[in-house]
Design a protein around this ligand. Sequence first.
Ligand code: SF4
Length: 241
Amino acid sequence: MKPLKRFHRAMLSLGEEIVERLKKHYSVEAREYVSLFAYLRSRDPYEVLIATILSQNTTDKAALQALERLEEKVGLTPSAISKARRKSIEAAIRVAGMYRSKASFLQETSRIIMSEYGGSMRNLLLGDPGSVRERIKGLPGVGDKTADVLLTTTGILQTVPIDTHVGRVAERLGLVRRGASYGEARASLEAVFREEHRHLAHLLLIAHGRRVCKARKPLCDDCPLTDLCKYYAEARGAKTA
Ligand code: SF4
């Protein structure tokens, strides 16, 4: 086997090992992932988009509260949000923080869906996944991560969306180069995780980042990945040097 092929195989089996170990360590509860929660209850990509925008720079718990209040006070359709008073949207989503800019993104996005896609988010998602990603990224408030969460959660395209937890854990494990751009980091993780594992890998890496591989002080003694981790090897090497 050629060295490059052998390397790709080794990366993929590393990915499988990571997923298997994390699966034994964590259970994925939908309410802890607002985008997944929105998808499982509605199968509606528009709701997933709204949930993902609400989750930017806040916790999934706060985003879920905002989503539920928005549904109750305004409604969760492009028509309802595009016609609502801005102040009503702001009041409903206040708990998620940055509520003024998020309300503006939600309303502008909803107006675009109404005027350009016949009121249906599904029309925006037609076509090949690459051009769909670019179309989604053209919506107000939607960057790489939000687009990837929407694509992966709805099953349109399997990738590994990189939020703060995924980026940090992947970097510590040595799966992603320190200082890599979003696109480079995503390509690195796609080389590690098979398509069918990518969404689950994303969710499990988030769980790991929240509970064990914490930002300020990782709890390496509780980690099932120590023998695979670059950060751990370097820290241990530094202690024994
Ligand atoms: S060994 Fe420590 S740094 Fe490495 S993944 Fe586990 S918790 Fe994070």
